[in-house]
Design a protein around this ligand. Sequence first.
Ligand code: PLP
Length: 381
Amino acid sequence: MPEKRYLMTPGPTPVPPQVLAAIAEPMIHHRASDFRSHYGSCLERLKQVCRTQSDVLLFTSSGTGAWESAVVNLCAPGQRVVAVTAGSFGDRWVKLAQAFGADVVPLRYAWGETPDPADLRAKLAEIGGAPVAFVVQSETSTGVVSDIQGFAQVAQEAGTTLVVDAVSSLGAVPLEMDAWGVDVVISGSQKALMTPPGLGLAAVSQRAFAQARGVEQPRFYWDWEKTRAAQAKVDAPFTPAVSLVIGMNVALGLILDEGLETVYERHVRLGRACRAGIKALGLELFSPDEDRSAVVTAVRSPGGLDSGELVKVLRDRYGVTIAGGQGDLKGKIFRVGHIGWFDLFDIITALTAIEIALVDLGADVVRGAAVGAAVAAFQAA
Ligand code: PLP
């Protein structure tokens, strides 16, 4: 039998067949009216998913590119900014802002800790304020999801512009950009938005646009103003990734047809099911055992086993791809993603495969209990 592959990482994620079919359509020209209808619809749907009336700027890039756009539009060299970091991506934003000459004050936590908005309040008070603060909503390296509403409140009190990394969380867990007063939301196509990698986005509040106009920092491709002005005419300043835009428009339609609240609820249940199954196997969770941890479940590797070995056996012997640990957590944890086009049966497959592979590797696991626990947790009211 040809190998069957199961993609269970927190990005890229599986892409629904409707989206793949749309991407496979013959190429059309990006200035033609038929593309504009896909593009206009995609931009409008992005606003709905970000829950904003403001512009969502679309870039041909990965999420990091969209993040760089926030830095070059909001941070002048030497300007003080605060970056909240509790994992790999928080650390990346510290480095990225430093690369553009910002005076970055990190608000640092151990990997796996949950950042607390009260600590940002204290840090801003200690340093006499900062015009910009960066925070990650879903720290994909640890499975922690932060309280963005709380961070937005602190930022507003301090008059600080809040930039949120929602790369792995947009479309999976609630993020109310306008209602919570978030200034900038950054994301990418390849996670809960169920589209292949290649599109980055920055939802930008009017306040953040105004702030950017006063920031002197060299920028061209990432200049928010260029993309904003073009998008206002349902156009793009540079050749967009035509097929990906067409695909993402379909994916966003699927999300909005299901209903954002229903999508969030499904992710909560998927997270519960995965955690229940992992615990029933006799394994220890690394990510928090809480409903908002609905993006990725991180698990401590049992009995000193190198989690990289588990990832390898799953992939090479069973066609199942999960993620290992990053940074200091390399070899120590493994991560199962459950964002986007996932249902209960995906979780059951992941748990069953993990059980089989751990037994292959001689680990001590409870056999036959994970599936029942996962189903019960998924179905519980
Ligand atoms: N931020 C988070 C939370 C992520 O999970 C990722 C990707 O894994 C990124 C940023 C970086 O996105 P990209 O790899 O698309 O540049």
